[in-house]
Each structure stands twice: as structure tokens, then as C-alpha cells.
Design a protein around this ligand. Structure first.
Ligand code: PGA
Length: 263
């Protein structure tokens, strides 16, 4: 198990200037048990849409326990790529994390494993911490392809790495079964644990130390009511939270569970 539990909020295409302001104000004014100091044992971040990153960065400067992440980035460093956002721009604006290869981007933007790997290394070169999302669809699970799909997604990154599994130093993996995202269906803790263990074992075949330190988050309908049992699993190192990250009280409740387990 990695050293720190991570709780990362993926806002997807939700929010507004008003929402960002209200979210940050409510967190800044939360009772002391939710205070920044209290969250020190947990790594917490939110990933709002690109256009709100600047505003969120300014407001989060007052809440050091909550870091900032983006939901995607370009594989290219700079150039004539209309509409794309470079890793260096995300660093410039104060991001620490970036989500890579979310299933919604794989599905709606047809991102391939190869492109996702290129984005992963673009993030790393700029000093961002990539959160590499992997996971199977309902159909793939029903066809017993879960393990092979996930291993393919991981190997796509490993095969482009100049330094083997070292690329997963200062990186996170999020196992997000597609059938559990936004559906209210959550993988059972045992099912999540089995896949997380497989992921860690796969990395350990290359480098046991990297595998041991690597935070592997679970994502897919995580909320306060199911977080405890998921976080208790030995290879579940936190969560990538979608819907329940939009309201400060819901999100803080998950952070609080992580914090209590970390103590
Ligand atoms: P969800 O989304 O928590 O709303 O299921 C998780 C994600 O897609 O990262």
C-alpha cells in the first residue's frame, strides 16, 4: 500500500465561476475538523474544467491542503494545435496533477492507448503528476476481458517508457471500471482489491519499490457511504471521485474518512 491516501475530485464538465467560489469558500470556512491542517495525512486535489483552473488556483492558495489538477492535456509541448492545452501551461497556472486517459476521453474523444501514453509522458516531462485511468467496460467484463484490457492499458505506458517502471514514480493509477462511473454501481471492495493487486503485481514485475509506493486509486460512484470499505482494502490507496466531488460537504466527508483511516 502506498504511504498516503489520495482523494481527487474530478469535476468533469460541471461548474461555473460562482460554483468554484462557493466551493472554495465553504471549504476554507469548514469546521476545524475539516481544516487544512487536519487533512495533512491525506493528499487532496480537485480537477475543475480548464477555464476555472486559474480562479481555483487563486482561491486554493488560501487552502494549502487542497491541490489543483486538470482533466486532460495535449501530448504536444506547444505549436499549432488549436484548442489544446500544454502541460507547461498547466504547471504555469499552478496544477500539480492531471488526469490522463479517463474513460470518457477514451470513449468520446477516441483516445487510443498510444495517445494516452504520449500524454502521460508529456505530463511527466513538465513535472506534473499524471493520474492514469484504466478500466474495462461492462461488455469487456462480461466477456471476461477485464484483466487483459487493463494490462494492455498499463503496458501501453510501460512500453513507451525509457526507464521501465520508473515512469510510475511520481504518478498515480486510477482503476475506474467504466460500468461503475456515474451509474451508482460501485465495484465491491473485493473486486476493486483484486484489480488493484493485479496492477501492483504487474508493476512489481518491473520494479518492486515503485510498485509499493505507487498510489492506486479506485473510481466509480465513490461516496461517503462506500468509501470506508473501499479504503480499507490493502491495495486501494484512495479515490478518484466524480459526482460526489462537486459539493464541498460530500467531498470533505470522503476526505475525512481517508484522514481517519490514515491515522
Ligand atoms: P463518479 O465518476 O464518481 O461520478 O462515478 C468517477 C470518475 O469518472 O472519475
Amino acid at each position: 500500500m502506498a504511504t498516503k491516501l489520495h482523494v481527487i475530485g474530478n469535476w468533469k464538465m460541471h461548474g461555473s465561476k460562482q460554483h468554484v467560489a462557493a466551493f472554495c469558500t465553504e471549504i476554507a470556512n469548514a469546521p476545524s475538523k475539516h481544516s487544512s491542517k487536519h487533512l495533512a495525512k491525506v493528499e487532496v486535489a480537485i480537477c475543475p474544467p480548464f477555464v476555472y483552473l486559474h480562479q481555483a488556483a487563486k482561491l486554493l492558495a488560501q487552502i494549502p491542503a487542497i491541490k489543483l489538477g486538470a482533466q486532460d492535456l495535449s501530448r504536444y509541448e506547444s505549436g499549432a494545435y488549436t484548442g489544446q492545452i500544454a502541460a507547461s501551461m498547466l504547471v504555469d497556472i499552478g496544477c500539480r496533477y492531471v488526469i490522463i486517459g479517463h474513460s470518457e476521453r477514451r470513449q468520446y474523444n477516441h483516445e487510443s492507448n498510444e495517445e494516452i501514453a504520449a500524454k502521460f509522458f508529456a505530463a511527466k516531462s513538465a513535472g506534473l503528476i499524471p493520474i492514469l485511468c484504466v478500466g474495462e467496460t461492462k461488455e469487456q467484463r462480461e466477456r471476461n476481458q477485464t484483466e487483459s484490457i487493463i494490462l494492455e492499458q498499463i503496458h501501453a505506458v510501460l512500453s513507451q517508457s525509457q526507464k521501465g517502471a520508473d515512469c510510475f514514480n511520481q504518478a498515480l493509477i486510477a482503476y475506474e471500471p467504466v460500468w461503475a462511473i456515474g451509474t451508482g454501481l460501485t465495484a465491491t471492495p473485493e473486486l476493486a482489491q483484486a484489480i488493484h493487486h493485479l496492477l501492483r503485481q504487474t508493476i512489481a514485475e518491473y520494479d518492486a519499490n515503485v510498485a509499493e509506493q505507487l498510489p492506486i486509486l479506485y473510481g466509480g460512484s465513490v461516496k461517503a457511504s462506500n468509501a470506508t470499505e473501499l479504503f480499507r482494502m490493502p491495495d486501494v490507496d484512495g479515490a478518484l471521485v466524480g459526482g460526489a466531488s462537486l459539493q464541498p460537504t460530500d467531498f470533505l466527508a470522503i476526505c475525512e474518512i481517508a484522514k481517519n483511516l490514515a491515522e
